[in-house]
Design a protein around this ligand. Structure first.
Ligand SMILES: Nc1nc2[nH]cc(C(=O)O)c2c(=O)[nH]1
Ligand code: SF4
Ligand SMILES: [Mg+2]
Length: 235
């Protein structure tokens, strides 16, 4: 079965979370089941202009059906130890990801999947050793709680060893909402990431959050690709 791909790019560095700064290649899949107002990749799902920018992207330009063999060949060409699979929401296509992930692991690659935490992880992806970077969305995303918080999915992802939970926050008030989710679902390995599509914005929010994040015993990550390249695509 083909994958619905938005873009493949690399080599670059993982800009967020536990592997920040590591050289890697990216597979960005198309489609998302949420519609966060501040989404930094609306071109993977926003065909109506629902997001903050109001731009209606064209699915005929943004979505490409690609065979697993094709995607595999393009990814290994970058010659990176780490492959990051993001979106959109990549777990919307997780059955179809199994053969790709299996082939990449067979070639010695480490795999991280960036997910919004609304899909339980497929056991075959877990068995292959994929690391999940789970980013549940807070109320400021504009999505209803019912859509963005799927208890069974969060429970399943938190049971996978090595999952991290990364929350996009604007200010210290958002940290109370994170704390509620952390205690409700017993989340470990919590990371806070500032919102922002420009370097100035990221720095501003990061500065506001830093002391409180450390105080609460959590980890802090910047958005390195945004500091370096603002909202340039495919970096
Ligand atoms: N360099 C870089 N690192 C990233 N980490 C997570 C990303 C994402 O779009 O999910 C991303 C991205 O788009 N670029
Ligand atoms: S879950 Fe991620 S890709 Fe989907 S709309 Fe929200 S920020 Fe964008
Ligand atoms: Mg991104």
């Amino acid at each position: 079965m083909d994958l619905v791909v938005n873009e493949i790019f690399g080599p670059t560095v993982q800009g967020e979370g536990r592997s920040l700064g590591r050289r890697c290649a990216f597979l960005r899949l198309g489609g998302c089941n949420l519609s966060c107002s501040w989404c930094d990749t609306p071109y993977t799902w926003d065909w109506t202009g629902a997001g903050d920018s109001g731009v209606a992207h064209d699915p005929r330009k943004e979505l490409h059906r690609r065979s697993v063999e094709d995607v595999l060949a393009e990814l290994v060409e970058f010659d990176t130890d780490l492959i990051v699979i993001s979106g959109g929401e990549p777990l919307g296509q997780q059955e179809r990801l199994i053969p790709l992930v299996t082939a990449l692991v067979g070639r010695g690659k480490e795999i991280e999947i960036e997910t919004n935490g609304t899909h339980a992880a497929h056991p075959e992806l877990v068995a292959a050793g994929v690391r999940f970077n789970v980013s549940p969305k807070l109320s400021h995303s504009g999505d209803t709680r019912k859509r963005r918080i799927v208890p069974a999915a969060l429970t399943s992802l938190s049971a996978v060893s090595g999952s991290t939970f990364k929350f996009v926050c604007r200010n210290t008030r958002d940290l109370d909402e994170v704390a509620e989710l952390v205690s409700e679902f017993g989340l470990r390995s919590v990371w806070i990431m500032p919102i922002g599509r420009t370097a100035d914005d990221v720095t501003k929010h990061m500065t506001e959050l830093a002391d409180a994040v450390v105080e609460r015993g959590w980890n802090l990550t910047t958005r390195l690709h945004t500091l370096l390249w603002d909202d340039k695509r495919a970096v």
